[in-house]
Design a binder for this molecule. Structure first.
Ligand code: ADP
Ligand code: ADP
Length: 236
């Protein structure tokens, strides 16, 4: 089924165009890499889908629901999960508490704190940590982990949240190549296993080719190319 259907999405900041009449559809389970030079509109596109920036014009249908005029809401927050370069973890908390914070979008802060006391939630968090290879660090203070480990904590948090759509804005930009490779292979593996839909912006076409099904390249807010990975070369 079609998960994301965007028609003529346009966005300006002042007079500057950030997205220029973009149209595309993404099916459930697709792994889409978003590439293009800095300023091409990648963040603005992801932020528009996440409803972090207001829509200006165009139409957006997410899982059959037209959200062009939809306000931020719990149902939507549950459907879409976001992962970013900065990880957005709470440094002084234990790793497992950050993982449980994935419930925040769904339940609100108070219930998410209560969830720390619910054994099933704890088990879910521990098994997510197991999947990203961090079960032994569940009770360490998050800020003491390396960058690559922290991004894996953010992945575990997403697994607990279980959104249908994952938007990743430069998820590996702050990591060295080996760590970046680990995180991307883990992210794409988890997303495939859980039949989630992923759009990730990346600086490197090489990574996009290695782990993704389809590559959308943006230039000046418009689609420069939109191709299955096997049709894309590293030079593009
Ligand atoms: P990227 O790594 O995607 O190139 P940027 O450095 O362009 O990220 O943007 C980082 C943040 O700053 C984003 O939230 C973006 O919306 C905001 N931003 C980008 N360009 C501008 C600008 N010209 N004025 C104000 N905010 C900007
Ligand atoms: P990318 O993620 O591909 O680097 P962005 O989406 O961050 O591109 O930026 C697209 C264009 O919109 C750029 O020209 C950028 O400067 C501008 N822009 C992005 N966010 C803002 C903002 N909050 N305020 C003003 N301009 C912005």
């Amino acid at each position: 089924k079609i998960m994301i259907d965007i028609k003529n999405l346009t966005k300006h900041f002042e007079r500057k165009i950030a997205l220029s009449s973009l149209s595309f559809t993404i099916k459930q389970g697709e792994l889409v890499a978003l590439v293009g030079p800095s300023g091409a509109g990648k963040s603005t596109l992801l932020n528009s889908i996440a409803r972090l920036v207001p829509l200006e014009s165009g139409e957006m249908v997410i899982d059959g629901q037209n959200i062009s005029s939809y306000k931020k809401g719990k149902a939507f927050a549950k459907k879409v999960g976001v992962i970013r370069q900065q990880f957005d973890l709470i440094g002084p908390l234990a790793v497992i508490h950050n993982v449980l914070a994935g419930k925040l979008a769904e339940w609100g802060t108070v219930k998410s704190l209560i969830s720390l006391l619910v054994p099933q939630e704890k088990d879910a968090a521990l098994s997510a940590l197991e999947r990203v290879g961090l079960a032994d660090k569940a009770y360490e203070i998050t800020s003491t982990l390396s960058g690559g480990e922290q991004q894996r904590v953010a992945l575990a948090r997403l697994m607990v949240q279980k959104p249908e759509i994952i938007l990743a804005d430069e998820p590996v930009a702050s990591l060295d190549p080996a760590r970046a490779d680990d995180v991307l292979s883990m992210l794409t593996k988890i997303v495939s296993e859980d039949n989630q839909t992923l759009i990730a912006s990346l600086h490197s076409v090489e990574y996009a080719r290695k782990y993704f099904d389809r590559i959308i390249s943006l230039k000046n807010g418009a689609i420069f190319f939109d191709l299955p990975t096997e049709k894309v070369t590293d030079e593009m």
